[in-house]
Design a protein around this ligand. Structure first.
Ligand SMILES: Nc1nc2c(ncn2[C@@H]2O[C@H](COP(=O)(O)OP(=O)(O)O)[C@@H](O)[C@H]2O)c(=O)[nH]1
Ligand SMILES: [Mg+2]
Length: 709
């Protein structure tokens, strides 16, 4: 029998890298009895960091699914990586979690990672709590950490506990919810419960009162009771806190030392008693915009939040049962492609250890293997169900590199390896660019791409090298030019003849008709690479037959595709065909197409040709102390600063930066800020390339084009 939905707690551990998530997860498993001995990061033997790569690096790179039984309940725990490069793993974990536990390092307080990850918690409306961890550290500062949490995340942040003696020798926590003092033995574990000493009663009572008030605030009957009696009993308090937590009306703060195994038991107790089950949190939305309740007797909806590929096993799919009950032998339908999938095995997981079970009820997390055509973000449903789970939206990439073409023998192997890697990690995006004639990889940071390279070499035995990606420049014109071109050729008996007179103008939406020309027909071509080609037919008196119009346009488009300056795509040009000549026998489509190409090419050179480059909106969040360095670096990248604002003790900078100047930004920013910065980027616009850079690019292209002929 699967665990009842009301007895499930799905928890995701979040936090800046190094805050102690993985060790804390280990402690939770140990305290619950799921592990008989505690691993350490240094010992490379934790349940969560079970891949060789993570152990070597001493850092989580992938999310890990764990679970612990605690009294009546099963607590599913997902440990996540802290590095922003792996935020995809965090987002997919948040999608299936019902409570977020944000681990904060007491020696450094709120860090960039804390802030960025909290944004996701708020966006996902995930109930959340904080753990101020590493209180055993000599530099631990609880008060500052708590103050920073309140400053950054507002008055809903409320302490449940405080440490009596943070720092070396830490062993005592005052708990204002239970109004009790916990004193831990040297090796941690089960604390001794003692009355709160006289000297601390004042502070503890004040905290307790604040918790009771916020528990009462979110429920009318509790509110009444509170006004009548001035207090709530334990049961009412728990009920009120569950409602407040589930609706993000309170973010409680706890104390811990993962290293010395202090505090995790109480936090699991809180998750057990107070944290919402999948039934109590706001309902997630389906692809059809309807709320989906975690009803274990309803139709089955199984959502795949993560897929990995294991050497001996093949595809391993991590899922949440959003509704219904999943049983072995179930035949489900993948809503994304209508394929049938038979569920042969269902597992629960503790890192790499998997244990087979017969069924999982609504709300539970599990693993299955060997699905045929099912990927991350797909929903498997009972036949007849039409709405799935709204997919995870992964963040925009922040770095791009080109893959150096491998030797012939490896081309297919590499392509396959990249494909599988993308299936496992949707934040890796692969693009075959016909425009740049390169294979481009887009990812979340240098570390992200380096790791992908490392894994592909290890797992698939294909050597992979990166090179600088080319920039997708655009070409346009800045002034009017008139041009005529005559194509004439005599070969044997037949000949070719076409003559066109054209005018090129920079195109703008809503511009008036060309001076002195009578426009017969207007065509506006929205170009697949952005911008417009306006093609005007202004022939009076039939000097060219209208039937040649499309051949001329085709000729122009050929050159627009591979522009005269650097072979880049052209955009935002109006061409008016206003005169020409044809020959009754020798004129044909081919001749007019060629004439169109040549006339356009020549006119372009006289029309103030201009290269355009992609400009990105870049948003940077960094510690205020690095502000000067970050700004100084931006100045070397032809950046335009669009705004600055402070967010807590962080500084947010908005800038517009040419893509050509951004290729090493991810690693540079990391090194100048010692990792205390994050950024995002998004294509904003195309803008003129400065004259000296244009000259250089055009000269390079012309020299290269010359070589090729
Ligand atoms: N002193 C102390 N060190 C800790 C504590 N928790 C974790 N660490 C250390 O901090 C480092 C990072 O821990 P880890 O669990 O990998 O952090 P994560 O990146 O958040 O998963 C490791 O060297 C741990 O041994 C703690 O409570 N106290
Ligand atoms: Mg970790």
């Amino acid at each position: 029998m699967g665990v009842e939905t009301k007895n499930l707690r799905n928890v995701v551990l979040l936090g800046h890298s190094g805050s102690g998530k993985t060790l804390f997860a280990e402690t939770m498993l140990f305290e619950s009895g799921a592990l008989t001995r505690r691993g350490t990061i240094e010992g490379q033997n934790t349940a969560s960091d079970y891949t060789k790569l993570e152990q070597e690096r001493g850092n989580s790179l992938f999310s890990a699914l764990l679970h612990a039984n605690w009294r009546d309940n099963k607590i599913n725990i997902i440990d996540t990586p802290g590095y922003d490069d792996f935020v995809g793993e965090v987002i997919s974990s948040l999608k299936v979690a019902d409570t977020a536990v944000m681990i904060v390092n007491a020696t450094s307080g709120v860090e960039v990672g804390t802030e960025l990850l909290w944004e996701y918690v708020e966006n996902y409306k995930t109930p959340g709590l904080f753990v101020i961890n590493q209180l055993d550290h000599e530099k631990a500062n609880y008060d500052t950490s708590l103050e920073q949490l309140k400053n950054n995340f507002g008055p809903k942040v409320m302490a449940v506990q405080y440490p009596l003696n943070p720092g070396t020798g830490f062993n005592t926590i005052i708990d204002a919810l239970r109004m009790i003092m916990y004193v831990f033995p040297k090796e941690g574990g089960k604390p001794e419960k003692k009355p709160i000493p006289e000297s601390e009663i004042g502070r503890a009572t004040q905290m307790h009162q604040a918790l009771v008030e916020s528990a009462a605030e979110n429920d009318e009957s509790l509110m009444e009771k509170f006004f009548d009696e001035g207090s709530l009993n334990e049961h009412e308090l728990a009920k009120g806190l569950t409602i407040a937590l589930a609706n993000q009306q309170i973010f409680p703060v706890f104390c811990a030392s993962g290293k010395f195994n202090m505090g995790s038991g109480r936090i699991m107790g809180f998750l057990n008693d107070i944290a919402p089950s999948p039934l109590e949190r706001p309902k997630p939305m389906s692809t059809k915009g309807e709320p989906i309740g975690a009803d274990s007797t309803g139709p089955t909806r199984v959502f795949i939040y993560k897929t990995i590929s294991e050497p001996q096993v093949g595809n391993v799919s991590y899922f949440k049962v959003f509704s219904g009950t999943l049983k072995t032998g179930d035949d489900l339908i993948n809503l994304a492609n209508s394929n049938h999938e038979r569920i042969n095995q269902i597992y629960v997981a503790n890192g790499k250890t998997r244990e087979a079970v017969n069924e999982l009820k609504a709300g539970d997390l599990g693993v299955t293997v060997k699905l045929k055509e099912t990927h991350t973000n797909n929903t498997l449903v009972t036949k007849g169900v039409e709405s799935g789970i709204e997919p995870i939206h992964f963040p925009e990439p922040r770095i791009r590199v080109a893959v150096t073409p491998p030797n012939k023998a490896d081309i297919d192997k590499l392509a396959k390896a990249l494909h599988v890697t993308h299936e496992e990690d949707p934040t890796l995006i692969i693009e075959q660019s016909p425009e740049l004639r390169q294979t481009l990889l887009y990812g979340q940071g240098q570390l992200h791409l380096d790791l992908i390279k490392y894994r592909i070499e290890k797992v698939y035995g294909v050597t992979m090298a990166f090179e600088n990606p080319k920039i997708p420049y655009r070409e346009t014109i800045t002034k009017i030019a008139n041009e005529s071109y005559r194509h004439k050729k005599q070969t044997g008996g037949s000949g070719q003849f076409a003559e066109v007179h054209i005018r090129l103008e920079p195109y703008q939406e809503g511009m008036k008709d060309p001076d002195g020309l009578t426009v017969r027909n207007r065509e506006y071509e929205k170009l697949p690479w952005g911008g417009t080609l306006a093609f005007y037919w202004c022939i009076v008196g039939g000097s060219i037959d209208t039937k040649f119009s499309s051949a001329i346009k085709k000729g122009v488009m050929n050159k627009m595709t591979e522009g005269p300056l650097t072979g880049s795509h052209c955009r935002d040009i109006r061409i008016s065909i206003y005169d020409g000549k044809m020959h009754p026998v020798d004129s044909n489509d081919m001749a007019f197409q060629l004439a169109g190409t040549m006339a356009f090419k020549n006119a372009f050179q006289h029309a103030g040709p201009q290269l355009l480059e992609p400009i990105y909106d870049v948003s940077i969040l960094c510690g205020s102390e690095f502000m000067g360095d970050v700004m100084g670096d931006l100045q070397t990248r032809r950046a335009i600063i669009m705004g600055m604002e402070s967010e807590g003790h962080y500084q947010k900078i908005l800038a517009r930066v040419p893509l050509a100047e951004l290729h090493d930004y991810s690693s540079t920013l990391r090194s100048i800020t010692q990792g205390k910065a994050k950024f995002s980027m998004k294509l904003a616009d195309y803008q003129q390339v400065p004259a000296e850079i244009q000259t250089k690019l055009v000269t390079e292209y012309q020299a290269h084009a010359h070589d090729e002929h």
